[in-house]
Design a protein around this ligand. Structure first.
Ligand code: HEM
Length: 366
């Protein structure tokens, strides 16, 4: 390319850049001016227009709505039925749909991951001496019945409660909107009716077992030695160890009573509860229930996979003597001191067979 044509090409480029700049400047002045003139036609005088511009009418409406400004409605009711959006309701919605769902979901997943890691690293706490074949009574039938009624109700309440909280994110994609609506309706009924019954059982559990859960020095030593879960040393413990007492006081008493009372406020809105009260009750109910479910995962893990021989105490009522000596040595000494004699598994089996045979014979003779 010659030097002359190169010069022309550069000049053309500069000229087009200059024109583009002028066009941008003209448009950026002309278009707002045009809008301004048109707006003046619509809104009237310049003074009126600048006032209007300062206060966007739709923003005003939203502001009124957010500040709980009442309007007119033919609907009658006891509280704020004329209010389109209550401030407290909108704030509550944002908390529920935002941090509560996000943090709550991650919290539960985190607890499950930690439990799985704990199991992989430390494994199951085994019976060091194996089974002795001799057993003692740990939980009576009425105690077990109450425990399992509470536990099963808790699980149903947790599943229905979590379905209502996370349903939009997790279940609508699975069931579809209509399927979820039908399920959520059922889940809500179950949750609302079972909740109060569960609270009564929980109260009975607290009253029944409070005497076993009074903290003492042995518990402190138990904590100092890591509860025997970490490391292979087994600290002394009475009927219940320090960890079980934390589950009782924090899980069952503190979380249980908080969830029950807040649930009662939500379930029976007949005491003149305001929207504020309902919003606060819902946040307290859901947050504490989430913490409680996380804690419950730990309790259920320790009672099943985590500790060999623990579950049979709560299913059949008796535990192996070696389990009693390893986990609750002071309690085992008490049991012997009270004169209870360990019974062998074989003897229990024989007695059971004899009882069954007696039952069948009894039935046959009728
Ligand atoms: C699948 C669920 C559950 C399992 C597998 C389970 C398992 C167990 C086991 C094995 C024991 C006896 C521990 C021992 O003998 O030292 C126990 C005790 C206990 N459980 Fe559960 N449990 C479950 C759910 C629950 C729930 C939902 C609650 C309360 C809401 C609960 C409250 C208690 C209490 C209070 C004790 C007595 C120990 C203490 O006072 O801390 N459990 N559980």
């Amino acid at each position: 390319m010659s030097a002359e044509s190169e010069l022309k090409r550069r000049q053309r480029r500069w000229r087009s850049m200059l024109w583009s700049l002028v066009a941008i400047l003209v448009l950026s002045v002309a278009l707002p001016s045009l809008g301004y003139v048109m707006a003046q036609q619509v809104y009237g005088t310049e003074r009126e227009f600048s006032e209007e511009r300062a206060t966007n009418p739709r923003a005003d409406m939203w502001r009124d709505a957010r500040q709980g400004q009442g309007g007119f409605t033919t609907q009658t009711g006891p509280y704020v039925t004329d209010t389109l959006i209550t401030n407290v309701g909108e704030n509550w919605r944002q908390i529920r749909m935002g941090p509560m769902i996000t943090w709550g979901g991650w919290f539960l997943i985190g607890v499950l991951v930690l439990i799985a890691l704990f199991f992989l690293v430390f494994g199951r706490v085994r019976l060091e001496e194996g089974r002795s074949g001799m057993t003692v009574v740990r939980w009576r039938a009425y105690e077990r019945a109450l425990h399992w009624f509470t536990a099963i109700s808790f699980i149903i309440l947790a599943i229905t409660g979590l379905s209502l909280l996370f349903g939009r994110a997790v279940l609508i994609p699975l069931f579809g909107p209509q399927g979820f609506a039908a399920y959520a309706q059922g889940a809500m009924y179950v949750h609302n009716f079972l909740g109060p019954v569960f609270s009564v059982a929980l109260l009975a559990m607290i009253l029944l077992w409070i005497r076993h859960n009074i903290p003492n020095r042995t518990d402190w030593q138990w904590f100092k030695q890591g509860g025997g879960l970490i490391g292979r040393k087994h600290p002394s413990a009475g009927r219940l160890n320090g960890g079980e007492k934390v589950w009782f006081w924090v899980g069952v008493v503190l979380f249980g009573v908080t969830v029950s009372v807040s649930g009662f406020v939500l379930d029976f809105p007949i005491f003149g509860q305001t929207r504020e009260t309902m919003a606060i009750a819902q946040v307290v109910h859901a947050v504490v229930a989430l913490l409680w479910i996380g804690f419950f995962f730990g309790h259920a893990y320790i009672g099943t996979l985590g500790t060999e021989g623990a579950l049979e105490g709560m299913t059949r009522g008796r535990v192996d003597v070696n389990w009693a000596k390893q986990h609750h040595d002071l309690w085992y000494e008490d049991v012997l001191a009270k004169g209870e004699q360990p019974v062998s598994v074989d003897e229990l089996e024989k007695n059971k067979t004899a009882r069954q045979a007696g039952g069948t014979a009894g039935q046959a003779s009728h």
